[in-house]
Design a protein around this ligand. Sequence first.
Ligand SMILES: Cc1cc2nc3c(=O)[nH]c(=O)nc-3n(C[C@H](O)[C@H](O)[C@H](O)COP(=O)(O)OP(=O)(O)OC[C@H]3O[C@@H](n4cnc5c(N)ncnc54)[C@H](O)[C@@H]3O)c2cc1C
Length: 382
Amino acid sequence: MSETIVDVLIIGGGVIGLTSAWFLSKKGLSIAVLEKNHLGMGASWAGAGIIPPGNVERAQTPNDKLRSRGAHLHPILHQELLEETLIDNGYRISGGVEIMPRDELPNPERVLGWQQEGIPFEFLDPKDWGAFQGLDLSIHNLAVQFPTMAQVRNPRHLRALEKANTNRGVHLHPNTEISHMDTALGRITAVHDKKGNSYHPGKVLFATGAWTGLCDHKILGLDPMIHPIRGQMVQFYCPESFGWPIVEVGKRYLVPRGDGVLLVGSTEELAGFDASVTPTGLEELLGFAREMIPSLATKEPQKSWAGLRPYATRGIPFIGPLPGCSNAFMNAGHFRWGFQFSPAAAEITCAQMTEQSLNWIPLNCFDPSNPPPFQVSKLFMS
Ligand SMILES: Cc1cc2nc3c(=O)[nH]c(=O)nc-3n(C[C@H](O)[C@H](O)[C@H](O)COP(=O)(O)OP(=O)(O)OC[C@H]3O[C@@H](n4cnc5c(N)ncnc54)[C@H](O)[C@@H]3O)c2cc1C
């Protein structure tokens, strides 16, 4: 049984919690992270790591700003983590191609949005391009290429974050469930875990992903309306995919890792907190993959998994101080975009907790209880 005093206690050890810990520890703050399961094994481990391009100076909506700042920070974070840990998180600009489903044209608002933001893109004939790559795109008429789309390998990125945080003296506590919290004078004064340890934090960050709605609403001061949306994935070994970019068709995608590993994703399902792979989900993904890649017809996947995306019904994440306790903050509800957003979202949390400002975004944009009026972005599918 121990008593720990820390500047910041982070609840939740996914990509948002671990990246926030990294940013805050670089400011010299003492940090502890409490994770009820294994570190990074929630939605963050399960994702595809797609990092769409962006241009933060010209991005229009709050989510576009997070995406574009994330696109700018990911290569910097990749380099920092590599130097700190010698772990290569697999960041690379692989490019991406979005194939329009059957006869659909891209929504003109999206095309205008890419132009306004200054995102490089080019229309392609998917039939010719697909035949050249060994993909069957014969039923599709239009595709858009994004040469600066990038990707990260999630498990490697999370391992690197874990190691970098450990090197910096962040106290990481996996398999640690909270039993209760003490509050006094509108502040969280202590957090107690089920092993009998107590933490006395200056500030507390809820980075609890899809489980945020289960946190004590009295302490948060609101019902965050964040729900789990299951996403299933399968992985093939597919040597044909060596030179491919990321390929997206609606909400389905192929993510080639560059060494023959090919991820095929993903479903979007309401299934409560059940993160299992189902026969129907698997069948859907295998059907999609085999329609696109004829050579997979007789191949079995190497593995499959599922994760729970934190879906915020309001359409933007919750990043900021909570109304329930004056030293409590939240960074949660990133849905399909948490990996790409993570460095930018962590930068905001870090600025809020250290009372600094950022020149690329007003800090109240994602206010948990009272955000300024906002539009929801529709520029990228993932
Ligand atoms: C199949 C799939 C594909 C995806 N693809 C992409 C993609 O290509 N690009 C992209 O940007 N995003 C993608 N995402 C979304 C992205 O993975 C998520 O938005 C992101 O991982 C959310 O991070 P998080 O840290 O908030 O949540 P999580 O990673 O789920 O972490 C939250 C953690 O908090 C812990 N926790 C919760 N409550 C408590 C508590 N009371 N005490 C202690 N610990 C607690 C949980 O155990 C969990 O580990 C994908 C997601 C899925 C499922």
